[in-house]
Write a new protein. Sequence first.
Length: 71
Amino acid sequence: MGVDILPGIAGDKIAFHSDGSVGGVITGDFGIAKDGSHKSTYQPGIQINAKQTIFTEGCRGSLTMRLNKHF
């Protein structure tokens, strides 16, 4: 059906198109030490682009709150 479900992968940021609409999400960075420095295993988050993005984290989710402020 053309739907990708990514369980266990947390969205950290919202990717916006130049017109301000939602274009997908960016996952969190991996390999960050407690002091905020990058470990040798550091990998930046991955941007996942989509025609439609459905946020299913509930009404108090961090990305949902950012969307409420944006729109």
